[in-house]
Design a protein around this ligand. Structure first.
Ligand code: HEC
Length: 236
C-alpha cells in the first residue's frame, strides 16, 4: 500500500498537481504512514509474481505440513483434533494476505519460550517458513505446479536433493522423532540410507518397501532428480 501511494504521489508530482509548497505536508503524511505500516504484514515486492511465479501449494506448502505436522498422533486426525491433511483443512488456519494473523504462521514462528511453537520438537527451517509466508501473502490459493518444467539433468546435492529431503522427509527423519531413528539431516546420512536402507525402493514403494514419504509418492520430477543423482554416484 505504501509503495502504491508513493507511486500515486509521484504521478501527481509529475503532472504538477502537487507544487513544492506542499512537500513538507507530504513528508508528514508519508512518515506517519511509514510508522503505522510497520505493524502490518510485509508487502510483496512489486516484481515478485513476474520474477518467481507464485508459490505452489502442492509442492511448497502441503508437503511441509504433511511431513512436519500431519504425522501420526499429531495433525493427521489420529491425535490432535485439528487435522491438517488437505487444502481445505489447512486453509482454515490461514488469514489470506496476512501471515501475522494466520494461526498456521503464528505457531511456526512462535518461540519455544511462549510454549506455542509448532512443530513442538524442533524449529522449522526458514527455507520452509518463507514460502509459506509468501503463499499466505499471495492469498493462500490452492496452486498446483506439477505442470512446471522439470530439470532432472542439472542435479546437485545441496541445490536439488537436500531441499527435497528437507521438505518431504525431515519432519520425521530428523533424529528426534519418536517413530523412527533414521536421520537424513546430513549428506553422509542420506548416502548411507540409500546404500543400506533402500531409500529409492521406499520412494518407489517397490521390493516390499513402504512408501516414503508416508503421505504419498513424491512427484515424478523429484523422483527423476533423485534417480539421476544416484546414477551419477551420489556426488556431494
Ligand atoms: C510422517 C513421517 C515420515 C516421513 C515424512 C517420512 N518417513 Fe521415512 N519412515 C518413517 C517411519 C515411521 C519409518 C519406519 C521406521 C523405521 O524403519 O525407521 C520410516 C522408514 C524409512 C526408511 C527405512 C528405514 C529403515 O531403517 O529401514 C527409509 C529409507 C525412509 N523412511 C526414507 C524416507 C524418505 C527419503 C522420506 C522423504 C522423501 C521419508 N522417509 C519421509 C516415517 C516417515
Amino acid at each position: 500500500m505504501f509503495l502504491s501511494l508513493l507511486k500515486f504521489f509521484n504521478l501527481l508530482f509529475m503532472k504538477n498537481i502537487i507544487t513544492l509548497r506542499l512537500l513538507p505536508l507530504m513528508g508528514i503524511v508519508l512518515s506517519l504512514m511509514m510508522a503505522s505500516s510497520c505493524k502490518h504484514d510485509p508487502e510483496l515486492p512489486l516484481n515478485y509474481l513476474t520474477l518467481n511465479d507464485s508459490i505452489c501449494f502442492d509442492s511448497q506448502v502441503l508437503p511441509v505440513i504433511e511431513s512436519y505436522c500431519a504425522i501420526s498422533g499429531c495433525h493427521d486426525g489420529s491425535g490432535e483434533k485439528r487435522r491438517l491433511t488437505s487444502y481445505l483443512e489447512i486453509f482454515k488456519e490461514v488469514n489470506p494476505g496476512s501471515p501475522n494473523k494466520s494461526k498456521l504462521y503464528q505457531v511456526m514462528t512462535a518461540s519455544k519460550i511462549s510454549g506455542n511453537m509448532m512443530p513442538p520438537n524442533h524449529e522449522l527451517d526458514n527455507s520452509l517458513i518463507t514460502p509459506i509466508e509468501l503463499w499466505i501473502l499471495e492469498g493462500a490459493k490452492n496452486t498446483n505446479c506439477s505442470i512446471r518444467p522439470c530439470d532432472s539433468v542439472n542435479v546437485t546435492f545441496t541445490g536439488t536433493i537436500m531441499p527435497i529431503i528437507t521438505t518431504y522427509c525431515l519432519g520425521c527423519h530428523n533424529g528426534t522423532a519418536a517413530n523412527t531413528t533414521l536421520s537424513l539431516t546430513t549428506y553422509n546420512q542420506v548416502v548411507a540410507a540409500q546404500q543400506n536402507k533402500f531409500l529409492l525402493d521406499h520412494l518407489l514403494n517397490r521390493n516390499g518397501k513402504d512408501i516414503m514419504p508416508k503421505s504419498g509418492s513424491l512427484s515424478i520430477c523429484n523422483i527423476a532428480q533423485i534417480k539421476k543423482w544416484i546414477n551419477d554416484g551420489m556426488p556431494q
